[in-house]
Design a protein around this ligand. Structure first.
Ligand code: UD1
Length: 418
């Protein structure tokens, strides 16, 4: 099992360009099935989850070539509409293949994504929406089967603005007869990026980024589509919170600061100085931090659930009591007992976590429980005294490209070894 070794107490300083977005590229890779042609994506992060998605595409009969940050997918030939459990379980975002394969083949069979580190993670909203578009859904033996001789456009209102359900509807609707109007849609920037790709591939999607998305049905095939994946807003937040934990001055390039404005605002309240440009952000964290307003996770444009653990690490030594309310997932405080091992004072009561700032943190062996929780442990360790060992069964590499090298380039003392 990989173990991250972090020697805390080193100030971070320097500049880096942030990787392409994991949560954008994964649905776009699934969407590449729809065009029936060749897709060339640039700014793809080199991650375990991206590799898992490429393996799914290959299993389905597509040609996939990865060269650094570029991925070529040739989906002109598809020989399979079934994804076995072993491939599905490698990443949560494989549920996006439900809408994509249904759109392309009229039938899809895949193993139902089970619960995960963050809680139950049901897909009832995805399935209900697909049924409203004419799909027949069956679930048995741990598998979901969706069939539709013909999908039709529909007016779908999501009970909750689920990111995954919004993406699945957008994908299926591209093959439906007639227009689909999706209301209470998720408004995350990754939804806008998926719409950007689909439109480049010949679809007509409008309203992405608002609560009402319209998709004209039956997109024409496209021989060649080129698209650049957006920057990873959560990776950007990871580096900003790292600076807050360790102290220092960082300049992040290639980002869209508006995508993570709630996080920069929260860091300002803690006492960090931030300056945002058009595609860059500068953080200076040289003063002692103090608790800010309660941090409440909500669907975009609210504070992202993915940044909750990261900001919590930044608050561990902040004077006063920092309050967190996690509204998206029921089981998203699994990093808390690990942070306590480093000396953090955190109380959890249901959805609420209260962090009382301590004077110092000290190294201890800890375990990464999930992707962002694992990253939060690295950040806390950057601000702790001594060498922290973080055992990680692969969570962190699912979402960050060469995180150790990037952190080292900023002056951190960090390494990872099997
Ligand atoms: C969520 C985040 C997204 C983040 C991603 C990865 C939100 C709104 N979404 O997206 O920003 O990038 O995790 O960590 O913050 N739900 C149902 N039934 C469904 C689908 C969802 O009950 O069919 C519930 C989930 O259990 C969860 C909530 O809705 O409590 C959010 O789910 P959803 O937005 O679908 O999750 P992801 O797409 O994974």
């Amino acid at each position: 099992m990989p173990v991250w070794k972090v020697c805390g107490g080193k100030r971070l300083e320097g500049a880096l360009d942030v990787q392409g977005s994991k949560n954008a590229v994964l649905p776009i890779l699934a969407a590449s099935l729809l065009s029936g042609g060749v897709t060339r994506l640039s700014n793809c992060p080199e991650l375990l989850d991206v590799r898992a998605s490429a393996d799914i595409l290959r299993h389905l009969g597509c040609g996939v070539m990865q060269n650094g940050g570029e991925i070529l997918v040739d989906s002109s030939r598809m020989t399979e509409n079934h994804i076995p459990h072993a491939l599905m379980e490698r990443m949560r975002s494989s549920v996006m293949y439900l809408g994509a394969i249904l759109a392309r083949c009229g039938e899809v069979r895949l193993s139902a994504p089970g619960g995960c580190e963050l809680g139950a993670r049901p897909i009832d909203l995805h399935l209900k929406a697909l049924e409203e578009m004419g799909a027949e859904v069956r679930q048995s033996g741990g598998e979901v089967v969706c069939r539709a001789a013909r999908l039709h456009g529909a007016h779908i209102n999501l009970a909750f603005p689920s990111v995954g359900a919004t993406e699945n509807v957008m994908l299926a609707a591209c093959a439906a007869e007639g227009e689909t109007v999706l209301t209470n849609a998720a408004r995350e920037p990754e939804i806008v990026d998926l719409a950007g790709y689909l439109n480049a591939a010949g679809a007509q999607v409008s309203g992405a980024g608002s609560a009402e998305v319209r998709i004209a049905g039956q997109m024409p095939g496209n021989a060649f589509t080129e698209y650049r994946v957006m920057a990873d807003r959560i990776a950007a937040c990871t580096f900003l919170c790292a600076a807050a934990c360790a102290g220092g001055e960082l300049r992040l390039g290639g980002v869209v600061p508006a995508h993570f404005a709630t996080v920069t605002e929260a860091l300002r309240e803690l006492g960090c100085a931030l300056l945002t440009g058009e595609d860059s952000v500068l953080i200076r964290a040289d003063r002692p931090l103090h608790a800010g307003k309660p941090v409440v996770t909500r669907p975009y444009p609210g504070f992202p659930t993915d940044a909750q653990a990261l900001l919590m690490s930044a608050c561990l030594k902040a004077r006063g009591t920092s309050v967190f309310v996690e509204n998206i997932f029921e089981n998203r405080y699994r990093h808390v007992p690990e942070l306590r091992r480093l000396g953090a004072q955190i109380q959890v009561e249901g959805r609420v976590a209260m962090v009382t700032g301590v004077g110092s943190l000290s190294a201890a062996p800890v375990t990464a429980t999930d992707l962002r929780g694992g990253a939060a442990l690295i950040l806390a360790a950057l601000g702790a005294e001594g060498e922290t060992h973080i055992a990680d069964s692969g969570h962190i590499m699912r979402g960050y490209a060469d995180l150790d090298a990037a952190m080292r380039s900023l002056g951190a003392d960090i390494s990872v070894a099997d």
